[in-house]
Write a protein that binds this ligand. Structure first.
Ligand code: HDE
Length: 747
């Protein structure tokens, strides 16, 4: 039903906006009512008459007003002019970075009171549920680009707390390319499509990006992450999130500690292969957006735990790196991550534009108890985000857009401006005043007034960086060494691909030379792939980001000599992630007419019971005639999907069905491709013979021992047994042990 705005006594034009009202989540938990606060703005048009924007009912929405049936249109036609004018203005500038995104509503709840660490009210009471709006994004591509671009993913969370909005505007990678905000426009200009021909879209694989990074050793740590599979996630629901910068938590006693924010996904951290990413971009450029939408719509709510790494103030200088340097992380081996609360996304937006597009995040949106540090990247961001909303959302009143409104009341003397919504009724719009009784008045700290942490600063003004900022390679090396063999292989391949797309030989060579500072064998492998006879030597200074009058040696990368060098960090490898659930994983049941209907049904039931999603894929749409004369509904024809859109493939028996599939090149490609991408493959009855990795592929089904990892079925395995094995393989995500062999499959 449409939300009627009309009250009983009046025409209902008075709207309250200055109270915190309660509401409930999908689970029935009580919240502070952000979702309900959006109600007055929701409009469905159901059962309503068509009107103009002024509420005048429209009688004819088919014909413009003309002088006679065949006559010229009349300027007087306010219906036509209003409709077309609004249409002409439908687009607003896209975000200059993070343009492509998708979002969801949800809520956050802390596990235990965190009063020792922070006075932030929403982190005190496990009974309090705080509504959130979370937007995920890629960085480089434009709004219409593909979800599966190799890129960092934005992970921006807006908490609607009782004390005001807190935005944790992070990424899925814990470090960043650059150390100082002054370099951000350079970085983004380098990665965006090249200015003369606007090529390539949503890709870093081009000359300007590698030209820039090869001259900026500080980017080397981040380069390792973006060349890893972290930059091509399987799902937005299966990525970590990081606040990146070191922030401060401040408690009631004004004691401050440094903090790093983490989001840990309960489904584990998983990625796709580059070959898949390329193919998904063609098959379904909305792959991540759709995946998030469908998971939430089906009740498989994605969840993350909020993790905190807390560092005492007197430990600020205890590390080999600088806590203020955003190209460094704090290894979990040095400071453990404490999981303090849970984020659940449980509602899709009603309107993409009004919510996902118009939401305005800002690292400077903080509440009492959360404060900043002097990280020079964070300091620059504190300026940028308001500025960007001014151009994107058209003026200074973007906080009044429903999705951006805090649930906490807003009272100040800011007035007017483009599209102002609030009807300020007071005569005084200044402070101090006596005519308005001194209102609105300042809030003391005890009343929740924000008091900036009184950090002591005593130094000369200068344009410099901290000494430890110049160790650009130690953590890049740590990341490389912490990867599994599979992950290392993927990084090498990614670098071969990216640099292989670079046309300027000197840029390719300089970059490979730079990689040698991270790891010699990495550089050698990349060099081999690029056809370089040897790893080129990069002549110092490596760092070309030097002020005009700077001495190169004082801006040069130096390998610090860590007192206790950390060889590996388990947390940096996705090989060590959670692999215990098949929930929300998608399985294609590949079938044709004559399929074993019982096998299809039994498998579907087993998968659904475990929370996985089963879809029947067949040579044609409509229905299949199964054995026992039963009809099976086809979800997708082979023409409309590819195995890259699934996590696993099951081929049920049925002589006629398997015969048809074997003769269908697209069906054969479907299984071969899934095999190549190390996905779980299962078969029962004759279906087993279609599985490429199965030893029984050309003969009798093999015994369990002879099977390759992730290829299940055969022998005398009945459907429930095969289903159980398939679920186990699905939970492991991929059978990487197959990769060296599978790579040779021409799919
Ligand atoms: Fe952003 N960034 N950024 N950024 N950023 C924006 O703000 C900027 C940085 C991040 O879903 C813009 O509203 C500067 C780091 C996310 O709406 C803009 C610098 C991190 C999002 C902007 C950085 C981020 C943005 C563009 C260097 C990870 C998307 C549109 C000083 C911690 C939020 C907008 C959303 C968006 C500027 C660096 C994360 C232009 C100047 C580091 C997740 O203001």
């Amino acid at each position: 039903m449409a939300t009627r705005r009309r009250g009983k006594q009046t025409n209902g034009s008075k709207r309250k906006n200055d109270h915190v009202k309660n509401g409930t989540t999908a689970n029935g938990d009580v919240t502070n009512g952000k979702l309900e606060a959006l109600d007055p703005f929701r409009e469905s048009g159901a059962d309503e008459m068509l009107t103009t924007n002024q509420g005048t009912r429209i009688n004819d929405n088919q014909n413009s007003l003309k002088a006679g049936a065949r006559g010229p249109s009349l300027l007087e036609d306010f219906v036509l002019r209003e409709k077309i004018t609004h249409f002409d203005h439908e687009r607003i500038p896209e975000r200059v970075v993070h343009a492509r995104g998708t979002a969801a509503h949800g809520h956050f709840r802390v596990y235990q009171p965190l009063a020792d660490l922070t006075r932030a009210k929403f982190l005190q009471d496990p009974a309090v549920t705080t509504p959130v709006f979370v937007r995920f994004s890629t960085v480089a591509g434009s709004r219409g680009s593909s979800d599966l671009a190799r890129d960092v993913r934005g992970f921006a969370v807006k908490f609607y707390t009782e004390e005001g909005n807190f935005d944790l505007v992070g990424n899925n990678i814990p470090v960043f390319f650059i150390q100082d905000a002054l370099k951000f426009p350079d970085l983004i200009h380098a990665v965006k499509p090249e200015p003369h021909n606007e090529i390539p879209q949503a890709a870093s694989a081009h000359d300007t990006f590698w030209d820039f990074t090869s001259l900026m050793p500080e980017s080397m740590h981040m380069i390792m992450w973006v060349m890893s599979d972290r930059a091509i996630p399987r799902s937005l629901r299966m990525m970590e999130g990081f606040g990146i910068h070191t922030f401060r938590l401040v408690n009631e006693r004004n004691e401050a500690r440094f903090v790093k924010f983490h989001w840990k996904p309960l489904l584990g951290v998983h990625s796709v292969l580059w070959d898949e990413a390329v193919k998904i971009s063609g098959r379904d450029p909305d792959f991540h957006r759709r995946d998030l939408w469908e998971a939430i719509a089906s009740g498989a709510y994605p969840e993350w735990e909020l993790g905190l790494q807390v560092i005492e103030e007197d430990q600020e200088n205890a590390f080999d790196f600088d806590l203020l340097d955003p190209t460094k992380l704090v290894p979990e081996e040095l400071v453990p991550v404490h999981r303090v609360g849970r984020l659940t996304l449980d509602r899709n937006p009603d309107n993409f534009f009004a919510e996902t597009e118009q939401v305005a995040f800002h690292p400077g949106h903080v509440v009492p108890g959360i404060d900043f540090t002097d990280d020079p990247l964070l300091q620059g961001r504190l300026f940028s985000y308001t500025d960007t909303q001014l151009i994107r959302l058209g003026g200074p009143n973007f906080h009044e857009i429903p999705i951006n409104r805090p649930v906490a009341p807003v009272h100040n003397n800011q007035r007017d401006g483009h599209m102002r919504q609030t009807l300020n009724t007071s005569r005084t719009s200044y402070e101090p005043n006596s005519l308005g009784g001194g209102c609105p008045f300042q809030a003391g700290a005890q009343m929740g007034g924000f008091v900036s942490y009184p950090e002591r600063i005593a130094d000369a003004k200068m344009r410099r960086r901290g000494e430890k900022f110049f160790d650009h390679f130690s953590q890049a090396t740590l990341f490389w060494k912490s990867q599994s063999e599979t992950e290392k292989h993927h990084i090498v391949q990614a670098l071969r691909f990216e640099l292989g797309k670079v046309e300027t030989a000197a840029v390719r060579e300089r970059m490979v030379g730079m990689l040698a500072n991270v790891d010699r064998s990495l550089a050698e492998q990349v060099a081999e792939g690029l056809g370089l006879a040897a790893v080129p030597r990069v002549e110092p200074p490596l760092n070309r980001s030097i002020p005009a009058d700077g001495k190169p040696e004082s801006f040069e990368s130096r390998r610090a000599k860590p007192a206790r060098p950390l060889e590996r960090s388990e947390a940096l490898s996705m090989a060590n992630t959670i692999k215990d659930t098949a929930k929300s994983r998608k399985v294609a049941i590949l079938a044709a007419d004559g399929v074993d209907a019982t096998a299809v049904e039994t498998m579907k039931q087993a998968l659904t019971a475990a929370g996985a999603v089963a879809k029947v894929v067949a040579p044609h749409g409509g229905t299949l005639s199964g054995t026992r004369g039963s009809d099976i509904t086809v979800d997708f024809s082979l023409l409309t999907v590819g195995s890259v859109l699934f996590d696993a493939v099951f081929v049920p028996g049925g002589a006629q069905s398997v015969k048809t599939l074997k003769a269908d090149a697209m069906a054969v490609l479907f299984v071969n491709e899934a095999y190549k991408h190390c996905k779980a493959l299962a078969g029962t009855g004759e279906g087993v013979t279609l599985l490429p990795g199965h030893n029984g592929a050309h003969g009798a089904p093999s015994s369990v021992e002879e099977r390759e990892e992730g290829v299940v079925g055969g022998g005398d395995g009945d459907v429930p047994t095969v289903a159980a094995e398939l679920l186990k393989a699905l939970a492991r995500h991929r059978a990487w042990s197959r990769e060296t062999k599978a790579e040779h499959v021409p799919a």
